[in-house]
Design a protein around this ligand. Structure first.
Ligand code: NAP
Length: 150
């Protein structure tokens, strides 16, 4: 049997982020959402902002990130959302992101490791490391290692 049938929580695979967070007040919390420029990362950012969380959208494409931020603020005028540049496949970018985040003096409560690449990048390399391994595994570990304050 599929272990996440939702029978225990009342939610299922078709539940939305808004349904799951209904009634939760995230005011005072800070979240980093990687890969927030599209897909599930965008929706996660939007709903966390809707619940009052200060959302740091960690994005590789800053133009796309700013567009998402604008759309969220247009829908939720009270939203606290920032777009910050992060390329998880580059150690230099991870270090810079962690340093920039730490200089904001924010306490990190939620780290949503959403960004990923899959399949078609195998055998591509950056910094001498296979790209999928660098992005999906090393980059995320490096965020912790760079002592983002949690
Ligand atoms: N969609 C599904 O049905 C599904 C099901 C199960 C699990 N998931 C998981 O949910 C997560 C999001 O899925 P999704 O469908 O929303 O994926 P998506 O639309 O492909 O978005 C992936 C995000 O990751 C970002 N990204 C890729 N490489 C990056 C890098 N080196 N540095 C920083 N960001 C990078 C992309 O940024 P760019 O825009 O710059 O490329 C994009 O914003 C993934 O972890 C996926 O495995 C998804």
């Amino acid at each position: 049997m599929w272990p996440f049938s939702g029978k225990e929580s009342g939610f299922s695979g078709s539940s939305t982020a808004e349904e799951v967070t209904q009634g939760i007040d995230g005011t005072g919390l800070t979240a980093i959402v990687t890969g927030a420029s599209n897909g599930i990362g965008t929706e996660t950012s939007r709903v966390l902002a809707l619940r009052g969380v200060h959302v740091i959208m960690a994005v590789r494409n800053m133009a796309a990130g700013r567009n998402v931020k604008e759309a969220i603020v247009k829908e939720i005028p009270t939203a606290k959302v920032d777009a910050m540049e992060l390329d998880l496949s580059s150690m230099a970018s991870v270090k810079k992101f962690a340093s920039d985040f730490n200089s904001k003096g924010l306490h990190l409560n939620l780290l949503i490791n959403n960004a990923e690449i899959m399949g078609n990048s195998i055998h591509a390399f950056k910094d001498d490391i296979e790209l999928q391994f660098a992005t999906n595994y090393l980059g995320m570990l490096d965020i912790y290692r760079e002592e983002v304050y949690i």
